[in-house]
Design a protein around this ligand. Structure first.
Ligand code: 4UW
Length: 548
């Protein structure tokens, strides 16, 4: 007998590997665990509740294609709500949990959301939003479901709660999202793209199923990936997909942290024997020097994957050195992606991680890339060009915004990332610049246009431009505003005015948009003949001021 075997390593077969009783999501602080089968039952039960129970209980009726918002810090209720909505054929719009009422209002109205699933602590923000929108409390109650599950919050009054929708039935197969609707939108996360205010990114079923397979080919398969730490926010595409969707396909539980804290993270790594952690560069920086790293047993930690902002070689080396000094056998890798690309397009494979430091790795399978320079010609190897991507994980477009979609995706399907990259002889990419307006504070999007329109509401500001400046100490960019004051200020008055503007904006925007890079008073904002802000000039100016 001659038996031939495949040259490829064996892959786990889900049915053999993943017991229904294995944990799917674990609440880090309490240890409360949802198993894979419980998660499935809860999801189908909530999907039924969303479609059939909500109107019976006095809530608004929602049906296939309707938009539903989730507004909550991380919790184990998150995956239940997210996947129930998807199963029920709804479009889930995920809102940043530090949004002010005004910011939330933009997403609520723009997405046309009908119901919001809200964490009890954020209920006041939602109520304030409805007040702005002139929705009275009785009507608002019909649109709100409070997420105080599985931990009951007393004293909330008679709002609908997640519990009310559970245990009444289970979504039947024939009601589930049908296969022919693969190109239907399931997620509407917000991104400002290359310019302007945040827009709803239409991510489809097909985008996500494609992405799972694409990531699977590069994600470590050597058996070391056992437990994921869920420290990134689930409302951001990076967390939603790489912490809620992907680990589940691998049978890895996600240990859910309500929010990132370095001491807690070390504590949970030790307690739950966490092997994998997805991070943004500022978290890497914290781990290079935080004392908690030496106070807990982190030996289970095998794989750190950073994304959402550039991770340079010095930081990778410092982090690897520190984590190795406390006995881990750590690999630090980097990925790249955008909300519009569902999200990962590049990832540095494990075997290259410590060899190609600073690179984002090769293109994932099923994608094509171009590097286009200013003349719409393609850049040569080693030369910078704007990264364009094409493939099954590229968004369908921006919700209700044909103009923005047309600007972002060419007629033959190329999505323009607005990032400038180079490719080396081995086919590895590095991000070297950003052509779009976007600022990233610790991985969060800060659209300059949004801050500019808020600042123009200041009674003493007549013109403004916002740019990002780099802080090496915090491994992030910081938003910095250049403002023209209505009243010509004497030189000795400008500093105090700038500081007052930094304070003025705080109650008006989410924390990640605070003007941490400073406010500078100028006589005039540099603009092109067409009135476009010349941000490059301002970046030069910031450099001269010693901050960029
Ligand atoms: N280097 C330099 C990077 C990098 C980067 C992103 O908020 P969004 O729309 O989306 C994200 C998604 C990040 C992400 C998702 C999945 C994944 O596997 C992964 O790697 C582990 C990362 O951040 O912002 C998109 C913009 O963020 C910048 C870049 O400007 C991009 O257009 N960005 N990753 N490694 N810059």
């Amino acid at each position: 007998m001659t038996v031939y075997t495949s040259p490829y390593p064996a892959v786990p077969v889900p049915d053999d590997e993943y017991s229904p009783n294995a944990p799917a999501f674990i609440d880090a602080a309490s240890g409360k665990t949802i198993s894979r089968s419980e998660w499935r039952d809860l999801t189908l039960s909530l999907a039924w509740g969303m479609r059939h129970e909500l109107p019976k209980l006095g809530g608004v009726a929602i049906t296939r294609g309707d938009v539903v918002m989730v507004f909550s810090p991380n919790s184990i209720a998150w995956p239940v709500v997210l996947f129930a909505g998807i199963a029920a054929g709804l479009r889930m719009t995920l809102a940043n949990s530090s949004y002010t009422a005004r910011e939330l209002e933009h997403q609520w109205t723009d997405s046309g959301a009908k119901v919001v699933f809200v964490h009890p602590a954020l209920l006041p923000v939602v109520l304030e939003m409805f007040k702005h929108l002139d929705v009275d409390l009785t009507a608002a109650r019909r649109k709100i479901v409070v997420l105080d599950w599985p931990f009951r919050e007393p004293g909330l009054g008679d709002f609908l709660r997640l519990d009310d929708l559970l245990g009444k039935g289970a979504l039947k197969d024939e009601e589930k999202f049908p296969g022919e609707l693969a190109n239907e939108t399931v997620l509407v996360c917000y991104s400002s793209g290359t310019t302007g205010k945040p827009k709803g990114v239409m991510t489809t079923h097909r985008n996500l199923t494609a992405l799972m397979g694409m990531v699977d080919t590069v994600y470590p398969r050597d058996g070391t990936s056992q437990v994921m730490l869920g420290a990134l926010p689930f409302y951001h595409i990076f967390g939603a997909i790489k912490l809620l969707h992907f680990p589940f396909t691998r049978g890895m539980p996600t240990v859910v942290m309500q929010k990132f804290d370095p001491v807690d993270a070390c504590k949970w790594i030790e307690k739950y024997r966490v092997s994998d952690m997805l991070v943004v560069p500022p978290m890497c920086l914290i781990f290079t020097h935080h004392p908690a790293v030496g106070q807990y047993n982190l030996k289970s930690l095998k794989f750190l994957l950073s994304g959402a902002a550039p991770l340079g070689a010095p930081l990778v080396n410092a982090l690897a050195k520190r984590l190795k000094s406390v006995g881990t056998n750590i690999i630090v890798s980097q990925g790249y992606g955008l909300t519009e690309t569902s999200p990962t397009s590049h990832m540095l494979p494990v075997h290259d991680a410590m060899r190609k430091i600073g690179s984002i790795g090769p293109l994932l399978p099923n994608l094509e890339a171009r590097l286009v320079n200013d003349d719409v010609d393609d850049a040569a190897v080693g030369q910078p060009g704007e990264l364009w991507l094409r493939g099954p994980s590229i968004m369908k477009g921006y919700l209700n915004n044909v103009e923005a979609t047309t600007n972002a995706i060419t007629p033959d399907g190329w999505f323009k990332t607005g990032d400038v990259a180079v490719i080396d002889e081995d086919g590895y990419y590095a991000i070297v610049d950003r052509r779009k307006e976007l600022i990233k504070y610790k991985g969060f999007q800060v659209p300059p246009a949004e801050l500019e329109s808020v600042l123009l509401q200041h009674p003493d500001i007549v013109d403004v431009a916002v740019i990002g400046v780099v802080s090496e100490e915090e491994a992030t960019e910081l938003p910095r505003a250049y403002v023209v004051s209505k009243n010509g200020l004497a030189p000795h008055e400008t500093k105090a005015f700038g500081e007052s503007v930094q304070e003025w904006i705080k109650p008006r925007v989410a924390r990640h948009k605070f003007l941490r890079g400073g406010v500078v008073v100028v006589d005039v904002i540099p603009k092109s003949a067409a009135g476009k802000i010349l941000r490059r000039e301002l970046r030069e100016r910031a450099k001269a001021e010693g901050v960029a």
